[in-house]
Write a protein that binds this ligand. Structure first.
Ligand code: FAD
Length: 440
């Protein structure tokens, strides 16, 4: 009997998954609802449409996203191959001619003998399981009927409709001499607190608030305006409400005794551990729509963060995703209904490339399952492995989408000077990726 898989959504993840399955001899029914039904962001009927920027970000391997590109190229990714073929000059980044890119992905899939295109909106993924395994890759703007089905399947508290993201900081880039550890009121003299606190005096706080108010922000799109009512308030909206609003909100210093002064600071910025490895901290309550350049400048005025490496900037936008560590099995199938697999942004990755990488993993994993083989996951020391580890084993209590970044990688075991750590991680990643790739 022919092996058959249904894929819903021909975006970055669905297109990649379809290509990998089809190339492994599996018949793919690829469902795409455009152009009959559109999302609020897509403009064309092409597959793998880039809804905003035309950039896949840095190509330098010493950036985690550059390394992910290197790995995907070696694995035979469709998205990377077409991106390389349609690239436009963009310095150290990989940017593409968006029309040519999406057209080429569409053409390759439409002419593949194992891919069968269905231009229709899928209202129920469960109904499709009668034909075989299903991969849902409908992205951050999944159509309402399907989102509702997923909400029912995963329970409402495991499905989110908005991102409300605070910036993430690489722990080793925090100046520990300027900050102190404490948890509000609850730390005995012998314990160290769970939070890293960046203390501010009144002058520093006033300057910070003024800079936030004056900063340039990203205007929400019409379909995103409800976020402020649904989610938490961005720091700039609080700052605009009055000079003391942040001080009585997320920047409250009350109850946080600075061991160096024995007093509570005028204001603080609190950082909370973000992953089990302790390599990443998030800025508590600091969701923001300030432009990235403004965040880079203003956040580095906070004591202790002068040289902070910002792994992810704050953001607030419409984004439907599930709490993957709670609802997904290791092969990205739903725990409640293992015939349905999730791929792409909806699993808690962020970005075009990461979504394609997720599609690659799920496509090849489902193909392996159909062939009766065990699926292989790359080691945590590689970019793909680190990204997938975030999806499946990220912090379930506060699960948020992330771009691939060095903070997600397994820390080095040997003692390497700070200035050489990324090079050492890169070398380790390449060695272990090669070993993995030879095995699979
Ligand atoms: C407004 C906006 C701007 C963004 N800007 C950027 C950016 O600049 N850079 C970046 O890296 N990332 C950006 N992202 C994130 C981006 O969406 C993802 O990186 C990427 O497109 C997600 O890939 P995906 O395959 O998971 O989903 P998508 O690429 O969105 O693909 C999902 C596909 O599923 C289809 N679909 C949905 N529901 C159904 C249904 N019921 N039946 C059939 N088909 C369906 C959709 O039409 C779509 O083609 C942005 C996201 C949004 C919402």
């Amino acid at each position: 009997m022919t092996k058959r898989v249904s894929i819903v959504g021909a975006g970055l993840a669905g297109s990649e998954a379809a290509w990998q399955l089809a190339n492994r001899g599996v018949a793919v029914d690829l469902y795409e609802m455009r152009p009959a039904t559109n999302t609020p962001a897509h403009r064309t009927e092409n597959f793998a449409e880039l809804v905003c920027s035309n950039s896949f970000r840095s190509s330098e391997p010493v950036s985690a996203v550059g390394l992910l590109k290197e790995e995907l190229r070696k694995l035979g990714s469709l998205i990377l191959d077409v991106a390389d073929a349609t690239a436009v000059p963009a310095g150290k980044a990989l940017a593409v001619d968006r029309e040519l890119f999406a057209q080429e992905v569409t053409d390759r899939l439409c002419t593949h003998p194992n891919v069968f295109i269905h231009r229709e909106e899928v209202l129920s993924a469960t109904a499709l399981t009668k034909n075989g395994p299903v991969i849902l890759a409908t992205g951050p703007l999944t159509s309402p009927a399907l989102a509702e089905e997923l909400r029912t399947l995963t329970h409402s508290d495991s499905l989110y409709f908005y991102d409300s993201l605070a910036p993430l900081i690489l722990t080793e880039s925090i100046d520990m001499d300027k900050v102190f550890r404490a948890g509000r009121y609850d730390v005995s003299e012998t314990e160290v607190g769970d939070y890293i606190n960046c203390p501010m005096d009144q002058e520093q706080y006033d300057a910070f608030v003024a800079a936030v108010v004056a900063s340039e922000k990203i205007e929400p799109k019409d379909f995103e305006k409800a976020i402020y009512f649904e989610g938490c308030m961005p720091i700039e909206v609080m700052a605009e409400r009055g000079p003391l609003t942040l001080r009585f909100g997320p920047m409250k210093g009350k109850g946080l005794t600075d061991p160096r002064t024995g007093r509570w600071p005028y204001a603080v910025v609190q950082l909370r551990q973000d992953n089990r490895m302790g390599t990443v901290y998030n800025m508590v309550g600091f969701q923001t729509r300030m432009k990235w350049g403004e965040q880079a400048k203003i956040l580095r005025t906070i004591p202790g963060l002068e040289n902070a490496e910002i792994l992810r900037y704050g953001a607030m936008h419409r984004n439907m995703y599930v709490n993957s560590p709670t609802v997904l099995n290791e092969d990205h199938s739903l725990k409640v209904l293992p015939d349905i697999h999730l791929a792409g942004q909806m699993t808690g990755v962020e970005g075009y490339l990461e979504s394609a990488a997720s599609g690659f993993f799920v496509g090849t994993t489902v193909a392996a399952k159909l062939a009766g083989k065990a699926a292989q996951r790359p080691p945590l020391t590689t970019a793909l492995g680190a990204m997938l580890n975030h999806v499946l084993h990220g912090n379930a209590k506060q699960f948020e989408p992330q771009n691939v970044n060095w903070g997600l990688f397994l820390p080095l075991t040997e003692d390497v000077p700070k200035s050489q750590r990324k090079e050492a991680m890169l070398e380790r990643a390449r060695t272990e990726f090669q070993r993995f790739n030879q095995k699979t």
